[in-house]
Ligand binder design. Structure first.
Ligand code: 5GP
Ligand code: MN
Length: 313
């Protein structure tokens, strides 16, 4: 499959690298990792993400400024990254062939070639395997992007997906010139005041349910307006809710611009939140998953969710 994907790339002229809406470090990192590789192969390449405000803490990734919101006029191959279902790419067309690089167990396999590794730490690790399998030299810029993808999706080597293979990859990326302290500082030590103000407001809503095993926090559009923060600044709120000693599942209920409610789920030890997210039309991983609710009032979303969680706790 990895060889087949490489053949398809070799036989394409104009390639789009695209990741899911509201991208994280893994989504943007893994797509940008392929940019210098394809440029070296003399391909016409465009990196696309339809999101208006990309997370500014990812602006150090080589190629970040080249990311466009629109597809080019002509292209013959789409490579998607870190995206479990086609609709989360935010594009209409499905004319060109698709290679689907991902690590979500819930991936709907919408590609013509699907490189899905549910046991992998990150989509960045899938890109790394692709480069290794095809004996492609890893450019320094790509190493930085893959390392960023890796630490973004493992919370800096914290989660169950972290194993010896992950550390061996990290070791090679460092050998190729990645400076771990630089990446950590870029990602974590450049917070805008608006984000801290927003987090204070979100944490103020924290409520415990089901014997304090579930912690729920809320984000409204009003909070975004009051603080001047944007939606990506709330990324960590569900992790914070989970971090409480008694809590197994942390939940963020987020009001979107269009009034719909996006639910982020994080579990600690035993609840498979991807199973829960799937029940409501979403997806993700065992310990991190999400969905957009059919309800648009917090109370209804929460009632339905708590009923589902009760059975798993
Ligand atoms: P987050 O809570 O950070 O938005 O997402 C956590 C994980 O669940 C990510 O891996 C993300 O791709 C997945 N996820 C979040 N929302 C959705 C959704 O609406 N549909 C699907 N398929 N996956 C989602
Ligand atoms: Mn990922």
């Amino acid at each position: 499959m990895y060889k087949e994907a490489y053949e398809l790339i070799k036989n394409s002229k104009s390639i789009v690298l695209i990741s899911h809406v509201n991208p994280d470090g893994d989504a943007l990192g893994s797509s940008l990792a392929m940019l210098p590789v394809l440029k070296k192969m003399n391909k016409k390449v465009r990196v696309v993400n339809v999101t208006k405000d990309l997370p500014s803490n990812l602006d150090f990734l080589p190629g970040f400024k080249e990311v466009k919101r629109e597809l080019p006029k002509n292209y013959d191959l789409i490579i998607s990254f870190d995206c479990g279902s086609f609709d989360r790419l935010g594009i209409e067309t499905k004319e060109a062939k698709i290679i689907n690089f991902d690590h979500h167990i819930s991936n709907t396999r919408y590609g013509d070639i699907n490189l899905i590794e549910p046991d992998f730490s990150s989509t960045g690790e899938v890109v790394y395997k692709f480069l290794k399998k095809n004996c492609i030299e890893i450019p320094k810029e790509s190493a930085l992007c893959i390392y960023t993808a890796l630490v973004s999706d493992t919370g800096f080597f914290q989660y169950e997906s972290v194993n010896e293979r992950v550390f061996l990859m990290a070791s090679e990326l460092v050998k190729l010139g990645v400076e771990p302290d630089f990446v950590a500082k870029m990602l974590n030590e450049r917070e805008p005041l608006s984000k801290i103000r927003l987090i204070a407001k979100i944490l103020d809503t924290l409520t415990l349910y089901l014997d304090a095993k579930v912690a729920v926090v809320k984000l409204t559009q009003k909070m975004l307006k009051e603080t001047g923060a944007n939606i990506s600044h709330a990324e960590n709120a569900s992790n914070m809710a989970r971090s409480l000693a008694t809590v197994e599942v942390g939940v963020l209920l987020r009001e979107e611009e269009d009034g719909r409610i996006k639910v982020s789920l994080r579990s600690k030890n035993y609840v498979d939140v991807s199973k829960i997210a799937k029940m409501f039309g979403g997806g993700g991983h065992k310990r991190a998953a999400g969905f957009t609710s059919r309800y648009s009032e917090f109370e209804s979303v929460l009632k339905e969710l708590l009923e589902a969680l009760k059975k798993e706790l």
